[in-house]
Design a binder for this molecule. Structure first.
Ligand code: PRP
Length: 188
């Protein structure tokens, strides 16, 4: 990605479009390998909204048959502990969970509360298996003990946008992950 194409609100590119392409190819190949003999359906479960760009690219590179589904959740309340308090805004409506190998797809893991809660929630509700996949991981921000099965890139604790990630709903369509200029979010 050339500097010329960089958004003016972006300080620098952290994960380029080319690097993201390499990451999705590698993860898709690993998923193909890991699930090729699995009983049941492979269901990619995107967590809205940030995951949609990554999931769209990832599913095109998986050669096994996949179904897709979505949930929308949010953390709420300050000072939350353990798995945090997660509100489900859009639930998974399937009657075949016991046949589903759910692979939750996220754009980023921060505190770990969202994925920690969701894996437990889906297991309790009878999914055949539950694994997680994230494009980005910020291990230094972890508040609960959580390790994802597939991680594209571990990144430092920077304010990142693009490739699904937003600031105030902007920048999700950028083809790369970039660090947002401090002045953009400090002026509000
Ligand atoms: C982000 C991200 C994860 C969650 C990770 O979603 O997409 O779902 O936060 O944070 P955690 O590890 O601390 O739980 P966000 O709430 O920003 O919503 P969005 O995807 O709609 O932008």
């Amino acid at each position: 990605m050339s500097e010329i194409m960089m958004h003016t609100d972006v300080e620098r590119i952290l994960v380029s479009a080319e690097e993201i392409d390499r990451i999705t190819t590698k993860i898709a190949a690993k998923i193909d390998e890991d699930y090729k003999n699995a009983d049941g359906k492979l269901v990619l479960l995107g967590i809205l909204k940030g995951s949609v760009v990554f999931m769209g690219d990832l599913m095109k590179k998986i050669t096994l048959p996949v179904e897709i589904d979505f949930m929308k959740v949010s953390s709420y309340g300050a000072g939350t502990t353990t798995t945090g308090r997660i509100k489900i805004h859009l639930d998974l409506c399937r009657s075949d969970l016991s046949e589903c190998n759910i692979l939750i797809v996220e754009d980023i893991i921060d505190s770990g509360k969202t994925l920690s809660y969701l894996t437990e929630y889906l297991r309790i509700n009878g999914a055949r298996s539950v694994k997680t996949c994230t494009l980005l991981d910020k291990p230094s921000r972890r508040e609960v003990d959580f390790v994802s099965d597939y991680v594209g890139a571990s990144i430092p604790d920077e304010f990142v946008v693009g490739y699904g990630l937003d600031y105030a709903e902007k920048y999700r369509a950028l083809p790369y992950v970039g660090i947002l200029k401090r002045e953009v979010y400090e002026k509000n």
